[in-house]
Design a protein around this ligand. Structure first.
Ligand SMILES: *Cc1c(COP(=O)(O)O)cnc(C)c1O
Length: 385
């Protein structure tokens, strides 16, 4: 048997054998190459259509003035960024875990706490990385049916078994945009045994424009089992640099850092994120653009007779009223990339990120054409009029 004939699949760990990789949004360049389109609008990965925070960009440019930076390993303790987080939010550095994106933080939790024989609880239609991270380490995922597409916190608390070590919740959730209220989360935390880690994923927290909304940071001092994760990929516009963080109790932070790669966050990401954290004006601009774009979309969708789930994120999850994959393909032909979410158990929905006004308009007009064609194809020839 030659080396290439081994059945490596059967040699992989059981959890890994059954993994299907995370499906990212299609890159703009790929679609342009495939179809030779002059204009492509990507509304598929909840990125910031304004680009990066200008302060972050300036910090990266400044850092590159000293090219030696790129030859040296980054600061494995991320001092610059942790001190910026401490200045901004008051968390001592021994409570902060930096990640290569907040995705990394989710995996650190799985690696630190979960293995064969352990359970992790998450919601139906929740962020795909939770089941992936759980399965990759050999633990069992318990998916709790959603209520109105959102997390059913009571059912999630009830689903916890003696083997449950971690619960993942997202507020707002991706891909649904749904959220839960502060009181409901407080009741949930009161029910969860204090030895069970709760990861509260606030990747879209900066887009929420409601003073009464849940802010996970407010509960950290009451709950040593709470891990709040945040990212610089969305509102701060730094998705490419891969940087996020978690705040937790020092004890949990210590464990997360034991399984962290020593240089998981690169130097440019560290300085960019530290600068972005102080760019309130940019975050406000992003939030305002998102709110206006959401209205633009909701009006257009209503005109098309389509309904979106209520969303507090920078995206809308839209019920297309028919299998959405064909519409997704047809939109690609029009130069519009959105996200099918059949892999989230939502085969009739498309997730559409909110873009700049003109990007939204381009996509809306493509959607109008695509739906008109689909309607025409469905109605028997000559039956109209
Ligand atoms: C985008 C996203 C993240 C993390 O993204 P990173 O780029 O890894 O920081 C985490 N959680 C949810 C729900 C997201 O949508």
């Amino acid at each position: 048997m030659s080396g290439s004939d081994h059945d490596f699949l059967s040699r992989a760990r059981p959890g890994v054998q059954k993994l299907s990789p995370y499906q990212p949004g299609k890159p703009v360049e790929e679609l342009q190459r495939e179809l030779g389109l002059s204009r492509v609008v990507k509304l598929a990965s909840n990125e910031n259509p304004l680009g990066p925070s200008p302060r972050a960009l300036a910090a990266v440019q400044q850092a590159l003035l000293n090219p030696l930076e790129l030859a040296r390993y980054p600061d494995g303790n991320g001092y610059v960024l942790k001190s910026a987080i401490e200045r901004r939010f008051g968390w001592a550095m021994d409570r902060i875990t930096l990640g290569n994106g907040s995705n990394d933080v989710l995996e650190l939790v799985a690696r630190a706490f979960l293995g064969e024989g352990d359970d992790a609880v998450f919601s139906q239609h929740a962020f795909a990385v939770y089941p992936l991270a759980v399965q990759a380490v050999g633990a069992r995922g318990i998916e709790v049916p959603a209520r109105d597409f959102g997390h059913d916190l009571e059912a999630m608390a009830a689903a916890i078994t003696p083997a449950t070590k971690v619960v993942f919740v997202a507020n707002p959730n991706n891909p649904t945009g749904t959220w839960f209220e502060a009181d409901d989360f407080r009741r949930f935390m009161a029910r969860v045994p204090s030895h069970v880690i709760v990861v509260l994923d606030e990747a879209y927290g900066e887009f929420v424009d409601d003073a009464t909304a849940l802010n996970g940071f407010d509960l950290l001092d009451e709950h040593a089992n709470l891990v709040v994760s945040r990212t610089f990929a969305k509102a701060y516009g730094l998705a490419a640099l891969r940087v996020g963080y978690a705040v937790s109790s020092p004890a949990v932070c210590n464990l997360l850092n034991r399984v962290r790669q020593p240089f998981n966050v690169n130097s440019l990401a560290l300085v960019a994120a530290a600068a972005a954290l102080e760019d309130d004006a940019f975050v406000q601009r992003s939030r305002a653009l998102n709110a206006a774009g959401r209205e633009q979309w909701l009006t257009a969708l209503a005109d098309l007779g389509l309904q979106a789930m209520p969303s507090r994120g920078n995206f809308l999850c839209v019920d297309m009223g028919r299998p959405a994959m064909a519409l997704f393909q047809a939109l690609l032909q029009e130069g519009v990339i959105v996200r099918p979410v059949a892999n989230y158990g939502l085969p009739q929905h498309l997730r559409i990120s909110i873009g700049l006004a003109e990007e939204n308009a381009f996509a809306i007009s493509a959607l109008q054409r695509v739906l008109a064609r689909a309607d025409a194809a469905e109605s028997p020839a000559g039956a109209g009029a």
